[in-house]
Write a new protein. Structure first.
Length: 202
């Protein structure tokens, strides 16, 4: 989805945003993307932070990531564990039926996507749908394109890495990542979405 004059602005970050919400809202941002991850990872969004974001009048978007930066991080068995983990965190944070994005955080080849990555996302989709959630993907143009065409994801978040598969030519995105910004001492990636109703947030 190409940017238009009606597009909305969002942010994503590894950091807790609770202390920056007033400035984020005042600068015209409409959503904040935060992380689900394995136990003990400091980037995980807490229930208190999720509640604070919502109370500030901002939409919450979540992406599950456990260093998904190589092909060996994707398989049906890994997906089964991570889907259960993501569902548990979503329920603990009060996330209603909406989207959980999952990261493919490297320049995956077409054959890799067709192999373990497809199997990984097939398990994610099945397990999330049983729990009332939908699956999204964060990744390259090629990853977004192939997983969307395969019917394995409902939402796509295009990573800003322009050197990855097909550059930034994929146009059927729901969120598109952009340049870094700093607000209230917190480093974010900026993001664009065509509308708040189409990002899978809550």
């Amino acid at each position: 989805m190409e940017e238009t004059n009606m597009s909305v602005k969002g942010l994503d970050t590894y950091s807790n945003v609770s202390n920056g919400l007033t400035n984020i809202k005042n600068q015209g941002y409409s959503f904040v993307a935060r992380y689900y991850s394995k136990s003990g990872n400091s980037k995980r969004m807490t229930a208190a932070e999720a509640a604070a974001i919502g109370s500030a009048g901002l939409k919450r978007v979540v992406v599950y990531q456990n260093i998904h930066q190589s092909y060996d991080k994707f398989s049906a068995s890994i997906a089964s564990i991570e889907a259960g983990d993501a569902i548990g965190q979503a329920q603990a944070n009060g996330q209603p039926s909406s989207v959980i994005y999952f990261a493919v955080d490297y320049d995956a080849t077409s054959s890799e996507i067709d192999g373990n990555i497809t199997e990984h996302f097939r398990v994610l989709k099945n397990m999330l749908s049983q729990a009332g959630y939908s699956t999204g993907v964060y990744g390259s143009s090629l990853v977004c394109k192939k997983l969307k065409e395969a019917g394995l994801v409902t939402k796509t978040w295009l990573a800003k890495s322009s050197g990855w598969g097909y550059g930034t030519s994929f146009s059927d995105w729901n969120i598109k990542q952009g340049a870094e910004v700093v607000i209230s001492g917190i480093t974010f990636d900026s993001n664009t979405a065509s509308s708040l109703s189409n990002i899978g947030g809550w």
